[in-house]
Design a protein around this ligand. Structure first.
Ligand SMILES: Cc1cc2nc3c(=O)[nH]c(=O)nc-3n(C[C@H](O)[C@H](O)[C@H](O)COP(=O)(O)O)c2cc1C
Length: 152
């Protein structure tokens, strides 16, 4: 396992999680010199995790659920790895419902998956019909926090 090797594994339907995965990858590569692989779980649902010390997992939310490919990916054994999780959700983009999104989509999921002990979690705004709650600056700031945390 290589301390520098970082996997960003994600699933997206409307594209926001992929955009955010790309933003996070650029920050970690350019500012923290991590070696980052981006994997769309729809194309590669079972990547070999053995080489990665850092695993960042991204999902969109629809009908209050994480995408199925990510749910399956969460069943992996992440022992001795740094895991971080980010979501894209309509609710998370609205300050009035942000806390509710964290409770319903992140806290609940982690209670159900006690084998996952992430070092960081965040929910970013999504895109839905003509509403756009995306916030690339927030994503960049989170990626920097993460970089600082996992840097040797
Ligand atoms: C059919 C549909 C259902 C959705 N349901 C929810 C929901 O239950 N909660 C929520 O916060 N956002 C919901 N959204 C908004 C999505 O989270 C948003 O589109 C986000 O960008 C999805 O991530 P993705 O772009 O990576 O697919 C929904 C969007 C669609 C199109």
């Amino acid at each position: 396992m290589n301390e520098n090797k970082t996997l960003i594994a994600y699933a997206t339907k409307s594209g926001v999680t992929e955009e955010n995965a790309n933003i996070i990858a650029k920050i970690l590569e350019n500012q923290y010199e991590f070696e980052v692989d981006l994997i769309n779980l729809k194309k590669n649902p079972k990547p070999d995790l053995s080489q990665y010390k850092n695993i960042i997992i991204g999902s969109g939310i629809r009908i209050a659920r994480w995408y199925g490919k990510v749910n399956k990916f969460l069943k992996n054994n992440f022992k001795d790895k740094n895991v971080a999780i980010f979501l894209s959700s309509g609710k998370a983009g609205d300050p009035e419902s942000y806390d509710d999104a964290i409770t319903k989509y992140i806290d609940k999921k982690l209670t159900k998956n006690p084998h996952i002990k992430p070092i960081a979690t965040e929910a970013f705004g999504g895109r839905y019909a003509d509403m756009d709650y995306t916030d690339p600056e927030k994503v960049k700031a989170w990626a920097q926090e993460l970089g600082n945390k996992i840097r040797k």
